[in-house]
Write a protein that binds this ligand. Structure first.
Ligand code: FAD
Length: 484
C-alpha cells in the first residue's frame, strides 16, 4: 500500500484540456481521498492555448474561440460548477442569423439549415441561395435509399448523396470550412456529422429524421427544461474567463509556465515512479502518471522513444493552420447596417477569407457603442500560404473582403491578427478507426493518458468532456495501483 507519499501526476499542456484535466483530477482525488500532487507544464508564457482573449479597455478581442455551443453541455456545466454562472453571456438573439456569400452577395441562410440540412421546408423553398433544381435534388432525400455499404465516408460524399452537390457546396462546405478549416471531401462523416449519419441509419431520410427528432425534443423540452434550447455562450470578459476561473480553483497543482516537456521516458524498473519527464529547462520530473494535453503531433514527438508505434499513429492526425483578423470600424462612418452574426464564404467564391463574424452584433457588450468589430477567418486545410504573410498583408486581405462584400471602405481604428499554425485537427475519413488504434496502442503505456481536441471532438465542450474522461481513467488507474 502506498498511503504515505502523494502520487505525482504531470500534465503537459496548459490549454483548456490540460487545465480541465487538472481541475477534475483535483476534485476526484479529494472525493476518493487519494493523495495527489500535480505539476502542469506549459511551454508558452500564458495559460489557455487556443483560448486567447485580449481586453482593450471595453473592447474584447478573441484570437481563438469566441464562444461555446451548449448542445453538448460540458462547458456550460463546468462554468456553473466553478462559480461562473453570473459571467455567462448569450449571443444576442435579436441579431441572430448567418449569411452565405453567393456570387459576391450576402444571402441569408434559410432558417432551419443551420444543422447542415433543410429541416424547415418553407424557408428552404423560398431561399434564393439554392436553385429550383437544387431544391428538388435536396428533397430527393425523402425517397433516396440508405447507403448500402458499411463504413465511413467523407462529409462531401454523404451530403452529395443525400442532398445533392448544390446544397453541399453552397451551405455545408462553408460551415465545415468554418469549424474545421477543412476539406469536406476528406473530413469523416462518422466523426464530424455523427448525428446526420445516425439519422440516415435510423430513418433513411435525414430531413424526415431531423424533423421527427425536433418534434420529439421540443415536446420533451417543454415538459422538462423550458428555456434550455442550445445556445452560443461566452463570458462577459471573454473566453479567457474559463481559463482564469479554472486556475483560481486549482489547489494541488504547480503551474509552470515557459517550461515545456521535451521527452517522456520509462524509469528504471526499480524506481518507484513509472515515468521521467525531461523539460526545456533541463529538469527531470518523476511521475506516477502523465496526462498529455497537447496537439497529437506534439504528443507524437514527446513519446517517440517511449513508444515509436503510438508516436507514428499520433502523427497520422493532420492539422490545418488558420488566422483570425479582427478589425474595428467607427460605427458612424460605416455606411452598412449589418444584419446577423456573420457570413460564411463557400470555396467557389475564391479569396482567402473563409468567413467573418460581427463580434459587436453577436456580443454587444464586447465592444463600445461606437465601434463595429468584424472578425475574419483565413486559411483552410492544405492552403497555409497565408502563414508567410505579414500582419499588414492579412489585414489588407480582410479589408478587401469587407470592402467587396459589404462596401466598408473606411480605414479600421483597430486591428489585431492572431496566427494559429497547425491548430485544427482534421478528422479525416477513418478517424474513429485511427483513434481506436491509438487507444489500443496507448494501453501498453499504463498511467499515460492522451486528451485534447485531436481525438473525440474539436470544440471547447468536447475538450472539457475528454479531459474529464481522462481524469476519471487516471484516478481509476491510481486507485488500483494504490490497492496493489
Ligand atoms: C481560430 C480558432 C477558433 C476556434 N473557435 C472555436 C469556437 O468558437 N468554439 C469552440 O468550441 N471551439 C473553437 N475552437 C477550437 C478550440 O478552441 C480548441 O479545440 C481548444 O481550445 C483546444 O484546446 P486544447 O487544450 O486541447 O489545446 P491547445 O489550446 O492547443 O493547448 C495545448 C497547449 O499545450 C502547449 N504545449 C504544446 N507542446 C507542449 C510541450 N511540449 N510542453 C508543454 N506544453 C506544450 C501549448 O503551448 C498549448 O498551450 C477554435 C480554434 C481556433 C484555432
Amino acid at each position: 500500500m502506498q498511503e504515505s507519499r502523494p502520487f505525482e501526476v504531470v500534465l503537459i499542456g496548459g490549454g483548456i484540456s490540460g487545465l480541465a484535466s487538472s481541475y477534475y483530477l483535483e476534485q476526484l482525488a479529494a472525493s476518493k481521498n487519494i493523495p495527489m500532487h500535480l505539476t502542469l507544464l506549459e511551454t508558452s508564457g500564458r495559460l489557455g492555448g487556443k483560448i486567447a482573449t485580449e481586453r482593450l479597455g471595453r473592447v474584447i478581442i478573441e484570437g481563438g474561440p469566441d464562444s461555446f455551443f451548449t448542445q453538448k453541455p460540458f462547458a456550460l456545466d463546468l462554468c456553473r460548477e466553478i462559480g461562473l454562472s453570473s459571467e455567462l453571456d448569450e449571443a444576442d438573439p435579436t441579431t441572430r442569423g448567418t449569411y452565405i456569400l453567393n456570387n459576391g452577395k450576402p444571402v441569408k441562410l434559410p432558417e432551419g439549415t443551420e444543422t447542415g440540412m433543410p429541416s424547415k421546408l418553407r424557408p428552404f423553398m423560398s431561399t434564393d441561395l439554392i436553385s429550383f433544381p437544387g431544391k428538388m435534388r435536396a428533397l430527393y432525400d425523402f425517397v433516396a435509399p440508405r447507403k448500402k455499404s458499411a463504413g465511413d465516408e467523407s462529409v462531401g460524399s454523404f451530403i452529395a448523396r443525400r442532398l445533392g452537390g448544390e446544397f453541399l457546396f453552397k451551405i455545408v462546405e462553408p460551415m465545415y470550412a468554418g469549424i474545421y478549416a477543412g476539406d469536406v471531401y476528406q473530413l469523416s462523416a462518422e466523426s464530424t456529422i455523427p448525428s446526420l449519419v445516425a439519422l440516415e441509419r435510423n430513418y433513411r431520410s435525414i430531413i424526415h429524421g431531423m424533423r421527427s427528432e425536433i418534434r420529439k425534443r421540443s415536446g420533451q423540452n417543454r415538459e422538462k427544461r423550458p428555456g434550455e434550447a442550445p445556445k452560443f455562450i461566452t463570458l462577459k470578459g471573454g473566453m479567457i474567463g474559463i481559463v482564469e476561473g479554472l486556475r483560481s480553483k486549482l489547489r494541488q497543482t504547480d503551474i509552470v509556465l515557459n517550461e515545456g516537456a521535451t521527452g517522456i521516458f520509462n524509469q528504471p524498473k526499480d524506481n518507484s515512479r513509472k515515468y521521467l519527464i525531461t523539460t526545456s529547462q533541463g529538469r527531470k520530473i518523476a511521475a506516477d502518471s502523465v496526462v498529455l494535453a497537447v496537439p497529437a503531433y506534439a504528443a507524437a514527438e514527446l513519446i517517440k522513444e517511449l513508444s515509436p508505434g503510438l508516436s507514428r499513429l499520433l502523427s497520422e492526425i493532420k492539422y490545418s493552420s488558420t488566422a483570425t483578423v479582427t478589425l474595428g470600424f467607427p460605427k458612424d462612418g460605416t455606411a452598412l447596417k449589418l444584419h446577423g452574426h456573420g457570413i460564411l464564404v463557400p470555396r467557389t467564391e475564391k479569396g482567402m477569407v473563409t468567413g467573418c463574424t460581427w463580434e459587436s452584433s453577436k456580443w454587444p457588450d464586447h465592444s463600445t457603442e461606437d465601434i463595429l468589430l468584424a472578425r475574419c477567418y483565413i486559411g483552410w486545410f492544405g492552403h497555409d500560404e497565408f502563414m508567410a504573410y505579414d500582419d499588414a498583408s492579412l489585414v489588407k486581405e480582410a479589408r478587401i473582403f469587407l470592402e467587396n462584400t459589404f462596401g466598408i471602405m473606411e480605414p479600421p481604428v483597430l486591428s489585431r491578427v492572431f496566427r494559429w499554425p497547425m491548430a485544427l485537427p482534421q478528422y479525416m475519413v477513418g478517424h474513429q478507426g485511427l483513434v481506436r488504434r491509438i487507444e489500443s496502442e496507448n494501453r501498453s503505456l499504463p498511467g499515460l493518458f492522451l486528451t485534447g481536441s485531436a481525438y473525440h471532438g474539436v470544440g471547447v465542450p468536447d475538450c472539457i468532456h475528454d479531459a474529464k474522461s481522462a481524469a476519471e481513467a487516471l484516478v481509476n488507474y491510481l486507485s488500483v495501483d494504490r490497492l496493489s
